[in-house]
Design a protein around this ligand. Sequence first.
Ligand SMILES: Cc1cc2nc3c(=O)[nH]c(=O)nc-3n(C[C@H](O)[C@H](O)[C@H](O)COP(=O)(O)OP(=O)(O)OC[C@H]3O[C@@H](n4cnc5c(N)ncnc54)[C@H](O)[C@@H]3O)c2cc1C
Length: 474
Amino acid sequence: MPDPQVRTRSGGTTRLPQRALDSLSAAFRGQLLSQNSPGYDAARGIWNAMIDRRPALIARCGTAGDVALAVHLAGAHDVLVSVRGGGHNIAGNAVCDGGLMIDLSAMNSVAVDVSARLARVGPGATLGDVDRATQAHGLAVPVGINSTTGIAGLTLGGGFGWLSRSLGLTIDNLVSADVVTADGAMVRASESEHPDLFWGIRGGGGNFGIVTSFEFRLHPVGPEVLSGLVIHPLDEAPKVLRFYREFLKRTPDHFVCWFVLRKAPPLPFLAPEWHGREILALAVCYAGAIADGERVAKPLRDFGHPIADVVQPHPYTAWQAVLDPLLTPGMRNYWKSHDFHEVSDGLIDVLVEHARRIPDPQTEIAVAQLGGAVSRVPAGATAYAHRDAQFVMNVHGRWEDPAKDATCIGWARQLFEAATPFATGGVYVNFLTQDEQGRVPAAYGGNYARLVALKRKYDPGNLFRVNQNIGPPV
Ligand SMILES: Cc1cc2nc3c(=O)[nH]c(=O)nc-3n(C[C@H](O)[C@H](O)[C@H](O)COP(=O)(O)OP(=O)(O)OC[C@H]3O[C@@H](n4cnc5c(N)ncnc54)[C@H](O)[C@@H]3O)c2cc1C
């Protein structure tokens, strides 16, 4: 490996001494890639095609020991570091320009202990890896709704999906994590070991160290869940969403319904005349007995005149992957997000008005329903603060042609501004883009000061800074 010129954390460049690289290569079990190595371009690519960065060195780790070696190298030579789990984060913080990318994607094992109902999961696993391994035993941990997302970044920010109203956030099911801290030490974080670190990694992102293994509590789920879409024309959305918000007040935690405003994709169950026209899609999931779900969902399915209703039993793993074709990597993406306590009349008007001029067939406005078990955990119990948010909006700008950047980004920002009066002021850290570092304190609300103190303790030199960074560097 040639001695590469690398970017330093202090903003300059340095040449890594050959002997440092030689001793890293001798001990490293994974793969070290420089800019000329085969596979380098694939390794630096991430989900959001707007991010095009070139690390000087990629340490594709095979073991926790490899992670510690890479952290030692970076610490000793002031090297700028980024950490890649699944590479899905919209902000692109998995990859840095000119520095060292610590790539965990090969550490993707999932080991299930059926009798203890626990899973030990590597930080390179995707949600699909976790779901497949756990569902083989009829078990699951609540995770997100796109199976190619990385478990690591999702968990470190909180993690929610179809099961969260009944089983909590992903972090609410985290039992312990193995962490390499900024000084290269390997520690375990749990309620009894380094409990302050355990508190911080449950929502505080990668600010305090690199997680090399997660241990999750599992629950019986499925194998089938009642799930699917109910689709209405956008013109009906104001009426349907007013009914929806009242209906949800009477539903149990096992029932969840997210909604999406977008142009209809050419889905086989939609009449061709609807393809490309604006619609409201209600995405329903009931994580309990199918017959109970049928009964709970009936009034919502019966309301108005849907143009499609494909709610039926699906294998849980299939439902977890059902949106994947709309969320493939390689597109340009720009997001704006708000938390809400309710879907108010004013918010409905803003959403519908902006959906009428949605700038690209791939772009959508998605609103997730939270509450339930998520809200029953006190706000200070984990770093994830906004337990009171009942709905999370993700204005998901998505398009292919770079010439549309200004139009699509402009539309997303306008919608975000128009929705601000109805929002709580909080935001989910995992939905922040690269230009929203200023919103990090808002992502943590009343927990922010405690996170800043924890950052000073575990990473005083801000080694882990290519992220939604907490606190001023000391
Ligand atoms: C299409 C799509 C759908 C999504 N749906 C949901 C959803 O339903 N629910 C939800 O909660 N979120 C969802 N998200 C958001 C998702 O949780 C975040 O994008 C998350 O950060 C992705 O994790 P990752 O490991 O793939 O990302 P990466 O980009 O690899 O990492 C994200 C951040 O975490 C840090 N990091 C990664 N691994 C580690 C580690 N092991 N130790 C320390 N730091 C680490 C990185 O440095 C980076 O700052 C979705 C995202 C996408 C793109």
